[in-house]
Design a protein. Structure first.
Lengths: 336, 336
């Protein structure tokens, strides 16, 4: 968990420095879910990850430098720089990610089907967010897994936000019930509590390994970086004055322009925007649900032993970062 | 040599592949009814009925292929790919590139295509140009029993995703399932050479991306695939009666596309007529024109293609699809 945290923090620095292009989706805040589930996996088990797959790859044993190198687009990266952080593939570890919301569901079904034929007793895990539960392909995949009794664990990491839209505002019904309605029994745990996740995942994974079909694990979490680095709502929630200043003028014009919705609707619209921002500030900020901090307290490791562990992890990550950032042989300044 | 129908040739080649390699599994909509012989012979694990959830089972085919199986996933018709395009376009087609060439997807998507039996414009499109547009997917459309079996054998052996399009007018299974429904009161203009023909005693793979020259002429080259090629051959016979000599080239694969075969023939004849049951715009017809220009040729050029949504009314359907009359008149214009 700590390794994932430190690696993703280092990736965030590279992104802020402009060394990594495009979007960056990190799993800071969901280490308890990733570790609590993936700890149960072994050789021959498969993982289908979403766009937030860096930690999952590392926990499945892919080298840190290879993952970071891929985020940088380096020819030495996991995929030779062709994939980037959303498209990480390790054939050796049977781990594949995809940047399409919900795609982990069908992929995990395929992995599990192959396990049924070629590796009995092995399973597949799909990771996705709660917003992916509204994707047809994921609901279809759950039904398929139930119909074919596929050994799949569907892991829903629920931070309550569908990119920048509050999930409850675009979701009907209860997700656990929905999974159950598709024939996939499920449960909900606090994703900040790695032990709860581990315990819940163990039961479902044992069940799947025994050929008794798929399971659904919903684990709640808070991601302090939001959907991706530079998440606009979190930027506003953190620095409302600076971030709102350039937006106030256009918003005021929109609220007062001569044609459009009624005054009442416009006021309600402004109110809804304020309420989304309030919700983000209330639920996504603050460190009370940090799984790493919580585990640190729980374990009660003596402070000198803890310091030693932390410095070992830091050294490990620093070495890997150095390797990932080493200039290409014959190149000028390395990958940009 | 044996003689077989188009549908039996496909079934026979698939059975031979399933016999040789137990990793070959078949799943899709209605396959136990449609592929009854394979189901009885190879059993329920290897021939599975899927729910009508194209996203789930095509996505699962991608995952299963990545994890060691060689799935032949079956959509009843290629039109239905639109509801599951992600699995093919964003997953299957991307894995090899994104993984830096390290992970391949040896799956076959088998689907009916093409019209002429009155099923309307949502159930008899060709769509091969749309599929061949995307890098990372191979697309074949056989026009004879021998090519159907040989290309399917090659498709199953191929390491990448292959879309195998079987023409619904050539396959007696599809024609009965979708068109006649047991009636003897309807009839279709089925080209005899496509419906039934000689096939080898053991299936040999026909290389993907290799055109077949059906007829060599000196005045004009006619190129195309599928039923269009049979219409072209009939047109060429009529033209021969008028003293006009036309080559007929069956491209067989849309991707890879045998541009070289067309360029070589047009270099001799100086004229190209493309016959395409797919839509005219941004498709095969324009692609072949581009190939000739890129090769430094500036031949006389014409195309007979589908120019709008295929009408249901059989008379207007006939007029919309490439017909012998349209091909002959296009050829006469080019030779005038």
């Amino acid at each position: 968990m700590l390794v994932c945290r430190r690696v993703e923090e280092a990736i965030a620095v590279l992104w802020h420095d402009g060394r990594i292009s495009g979007e960056m989706h990190l799993g800071i805040g969901e280490e308890g879910i990733n570790a609590g589930v993936l700890d149960h996996l072994g050789e021959g088990d498969a993982v289908a990850l979403d766009h937030r797959g860096t930690a999952g790859m590392i926990l499945r044993g892919v080298g840190i430098a290879a993952v970071v190198g891929e985020c940088l687009g380096s020819p030495r990266g996991l995929c030779g720089g062709m994939g980037g952080h959303m498209h990480l593939y390790s054939k050796e570890r049977l781990a594949a990610s995809s940047g399409i919301v919900g795609a982990a569901g069908p992929a995990a079904c395929g992995f599990a089907l192959a396990a049924q034929h070629l590796r009995p007793g092995r399973i597949a895990v799909a990771f996705f967010g709660e917003a992916a539960m509204n994707q047809g392909m994921l609901m279809e995949a759950m039904n398929l897994a139930a119909a074919w009794e596929l050994p799949v664990l569907f892991v829903c990491r629920d931070n309550g936000m569908a990119i920048t839209t509050p999930s409850p505002s675009v979701t009907g019904g209860d997700l656990e019930e929905r999974a159950r309605g598709l024939g996939v029994p499920g449960t909900t745990v606090d994703g900040a509590d790695v032990e709860s996740v581990w315990e819940a995942a163990r039961g479902m994974i044992d069940r799947a390994r025994g050929g008794r079909g798929p399971g659904f694990l919903r684990a709640t979490c808070v991601r302090p970086d939001g959907h991706f680095l530079g998440d606009p709502l979190l930027r506003i929630a953190r620095k409302p004055l600076a971030e709102l200043r350039p937006r106030i003028g256009p918003l005021a014009s929109a609220a007062t322009a001569s044609e459009g919705a009624s005054i009442g609707e416009r006021v309600a619209g402004l109110g809804e925007i304020a309420s989304i921002l309030g919700r983000v500030a209330r639920t996504q900020l603050g460190s009370g649900r940090d799984p790493v901090a919580r585990l640190r307290n729980r374990l009660g490791i003596p402070s000198d032993a803890l310091a030693k562990l932390e410095s070992e992890v830091e050294a490990l990550v620093a070495t890997a970062m150095e390797e990932a950032l080493r200039p290409e042989p014959g190149a000028g300044t390395g990958a940009g | 040599m044996r003689e077989m129908t188009y549908a039996r040739a496909i079934e026979d080649a698939l059975a031979e592949a399933m016999e040789a390699d137990e990793r070959v599994v078949v799943f899709g909509e209605d396959v136990r009814a449609l592929r009854m012989n394979l189901f009885v012979r190879f059993g329920p694990r290897r021939v599975r009925n899927a729910p009508i959830s194209e996203s789930a089972f095509l996505g699962a085919a991608v995952g299963a292929a990545m994890a060691g199986l060689r799935p032949v996933a079956e959509l009843i018709m290629i039109d239905f790919l639109a509801v599951a395009a992600d699995a093919l376009v964003n997953q299957a087609a991307k894995v090899e590139a994104f993984s830096g060439g390290r992970w391949k997807v040896p799956m076959v998507l088998r689907a009916g295509c093409g019209g002429g039996y009155g099923d309307g414009g949502q159930h008899e499109q060709a769509l091969w140009g749309w599929l061949a547009h995307v890098p990372g997917i191979k697309v074949v459309a056989p026009s004879t029993p021998a090519d159907a079996g040989g290309l399917l054998t090659a498709a199953i052996a191929d390491e990448g995703p292959v879309v195998f399009l079987e023409h619904q007018l050539l396959s007696e299974d599809w024609l009965d399932y979708l068109g006649a429904g047991g009636r003897t009161t309807v009839s279709y203009d089925v080209p005899a050479a496509g419906r039934r023909g000689e096939v080898p005693d053991r299936w040999e793979p026909i290389p993907l991306g290799e055109a077949a020259v059906c007829r060599t002429g000196s005045d004009l080259t006619i190129a195309g695939v599928g039923v269009g090629i049979h219409r072209a051959a009939e047109a060429a016979s009529l033209l021969a009666g008028e003293g006009l000599s036309a080559s007929v080239i069956d491209l067989r694969s849309l991707a890879p596309l045998d541009r070289g075969a067309v360029v070589a023939d047009v270099r001799r004849t100086g004229r190209l007529l493309v016959v395409d049951e797919d839509y005219r715009d941004f498709g095969l017809t324009g692609e072949l024109a581009a190939a000739l220009l890129e090769a430094g040729l500036a031949p006389r050029y014409a195309r007979v293609a589908v120019e709008g949504t295929i009408p249901f009314d059989p008379a207007r359907e006939r007029a919309a699809l490439p017909s012998v009359e349209r091909i002959v008149s296009g050829a006469r214009r080019l030779l005038a």
